[in-house]
Design a protein around this ligand. Structure first.
Ligand code: FES
Ligand code: FES
Length: 179
């Protein structure tokens, strides 16, 4: 029988504890153990950014961490962006600005955008492009993604839309991607 370790995490404001193999990647923990399939797997090798989530508010590639390394940390996945049944401004902006086509990169793009806007509420286009440089999109050509993040920045101005690694109030419903 494989050795297991206990991991306890807060995901989208809810606490989870599970026994997992030490080799289990965080992205597989989120998708297979918790059923949060909005976090996508593109490459499994830290290149594409499809698996991006927030770890204590900072974007990380969840295929690059073991689940046990996230013990006692607060995570935000795309499912946590909605609050009280309302889309996060970044979700609205991606919809309005046509910031997606197939949607595969979209959860990671939006979480990267949310983190950028937390640290830089009025980012320049160059800042936005730098922030999403670790997130690959094979469909859009990036222009509408940049427009969406700029639009979200305008919408968030003056509003408290903080996503601090668990305060997003997620309800488990998959948004912005699914499988
Ligand atoms: S699946 Fe993690 S970076 Fe591609
Ligand atoms: S919308 Fe298809 S990969 Fe970005």
């Amino acid at each position: 029988m494989a050795t297991t370790m206990s991991v306890s995490v807060t995901v989208n404001g809810a606490e989870y504890t599970a026994d997992v193999e030490p080799r289990m990647l965080l992205v597989h923990f989120l998708r297979d153990e918790l059923g949060l399939t909005g976090t996508h797997i593109g490459c499994d090798t830290t290149h594409c950014g499809a698996c991006t989530i927030l770890l204590n508010g900072t974007p990380i590639k969840s295929c690059t961490m073991f689940a046990v390394q996230a013990d006692a940390q607060a995570l935000t996945t795309v499912e946590g962006l909605m609050s009280n049944g309302e889309l996060n401004p970044i979700q609205e902006a991606f919809k309005e600005e046509h910031g997606l086509q197939c949607g595969y990169c979209t959860p990671g793009m939006m979480l990267t955008g949310v983190a950028l806007l937390e640290s830089s509420p009025e980012p320049s286009e160059a800042e936005i492009r730098m922030a999403i440089s670790g997130n690959l999109c094979r469909c859009t050509g990036y222009q509408n993604i940049v427009h969406a993040i700029q639009s979200a920045a305008r919408a968030m101005a003056g509003n408290d839309t903080s996503v601090d690694g668990g305060a997003g109030g997620g309800n488990g419903a998959s948004e912005g991607g699914g499988e």
